[in-house]
Ligand binder design. Structure first.
Ligand code: GAL
Length: 415
């Protein structure tokens, strides 16, 4: 039976009583399990609880959402549909293609989403002209988060170029501090790769390789330099990096055990949640050489087709997600920027204000580009093929010489 049929059967099978019981319940599948992430989600939970909804939390640990997507597929196949699911980029479009997502267009039209949601996000939130998800934020991946006291101690200033970055990492190493806090998981390796590729080849090369999947660019000498630089960064991580969760890597920087972390701006949520202040305790800056360009990802809440009774909760969640005051409150805590252009930056700290300004600048220049690591540059099959090559290389199982060719070949067979 197709997924669509399974889903419709389960919607139909849900009798009046079951539907009644679930009308006021919002079950959310997500991967926001770190301290900062949970604090942000609480803002939404509280809003909806005040409206009389019962929040049923369904967190599935695993940064980047790989595990959550596996669980979701099993649940949908079993006809066990949550009210909403956190989802990224092309995954949303993949599910939409299968005809199993609900239609949020009535809420979107009533609330004027078309006019306020950035074009770059609408590309993922809409399918065949209909709204299929509510974007809660826009994150970006080309950031570095550094401990200010450590930088001061080693006499380093904020690096503006690749060479300056290497010089700072060397200084940290010489001072006996772990230069780079990193967790060896495929999605984290890929998050670093987003930035290294962007600084090495510039936005045109990023688009050619990650979005257009151009075979000769993928196998080029520039790509070889990208892998050389990945191998160089590998020399700055501590011996225990393998399998470490990203928020534990953030904690190393927060505590001063490491100088910096290359990570999306959800890392800021961890610093804030630990009571740290930007510019005093930590500094945020764009990965050297990528200033003015942004690799983004947007968390969106996707609603599957459910019985009419359960749609009330979905619509309430969609409306609450897009509320401008909520978008400000949530994103201040989460580290991301609002998914609407009409939310003022007044409540945001220095890093948040910079993120908002950078996204605007990049959108105007045409260099607001989807993050490969977070499913916004290409489809899951291609992304996973890229992950595999990047991670094998990062772990020394693939030579820098061979990596570009393998990358091109892996993309070819996945697309
Ligand atoms: C990203 C997601 C962020 C953050 C991060 C780490 O994919 O967009 O909101 O949760 O994973 O879990």
């Amino acid at each position: 039976m197709s997924l669509k049929k399974i889903l419709l059967a389960s919607v139909f099978a849900l009798g009046a009583t079951g539907a009644q019981a679930q009308t006021k319940e919002i079950e959310m599948v997500h991967w926001w399990t770190s301290g900062g992430e949970a604090a942000a989600l609480n803002v939404l939970k509280d809003n909806l609880q005040k409206q009389g909804f019962v929040w049923k939390d369904n967190p599935i640990a695993g940064g980047g959402g790989t595990q959550a997507m596996t669980v979701l597929r099993a649940r949908v196949t079993a006809g066990n549909i949550p009210t909403a699911v956190q989802m990224l980029g092309f995954d949303i479009q993949d599910w939409a293609e299968q005809g199993v997502l609900g239609d949020l267009t009535p809420v979107a039209t009533k609330e004027g989403w078309d006019k306020v949601v950035p074009e770059a996000l609408q590309k993922f939130s809409k399918y065949e002209g209909k709204w299929i998800s509510a974007p809660v934020n826009m994150h970006s991946t080309n950031w570095i988060w550094a401990n200010k006291a450590v930088l001061d101690k080693i006499g380093a200033k904020q690096p503006a170029t690749w060479d300056e970055l290497i010089a700072v990492l060397d200084k940290a190493k010489a001072a006996g501090v772990t230069p780079l806090a990193h967790g060896g998981q495929a999605w984290q390796d890929a998050t670093i790769f987003d930035s290294v590729l962007l600084t090495t080849g510039g936005p045109d090369f990023y688009k050619k390789t990650m979005i257009d999947l151009d075979q000769s660019a993928l196998a080029s000498d520039t790509m070889k330099t990208v892998f050389e630089r990945m191998a160089k960064l590998r020399t700055y991580v501590d011996p225990n990096f393998s399998g470490r969760d990203w928020n534990l890597a953030s904690a190393m920087v927060i505590k001063g055990d490491a100088a910096m972390q290359i990570m999306g701006d959800w890392a800021k949520g961890e610093f804030i949640n630990a009571g740290k202040k930007p510019e005093q305790d930590f500094v945020c800056f764009r990965f050297p050489g990528t200033q003015g360009n942004v690799t983004f990802n947007s968390d969106q809440f996707v609603m599957f087709k459910v019985s009419k009774e359960r749609q009330e909760a979905q619509n309430a969640l969609a409306a609450a997600t897009m509320d401008p005051a909520f978008q400000s409150a949530f994103n201040v805590v989460k580290g991301s920027v609002p998914a609407r252009t009409d939310v003022p930056d007044t409540a945001f700290d220095a890093c948040g204000k910079k993120a908002i300004a950078d996204a605007k600048e990049a959108a105007q220049k045409g260099t607001l580009m989807g993050s490969m690591a977070h499913g916004h540059a290409n489809r899951a099959a291609v992304k996973n093929a890229m992950y595999d090559v990047i991670t094998r290389h990062f772990n020394g199982q693939l030579s820098t010489e061979q990596a570009p060719k393998e990358l091109a070949a892996a993309v070819k067979s996945a697309s």
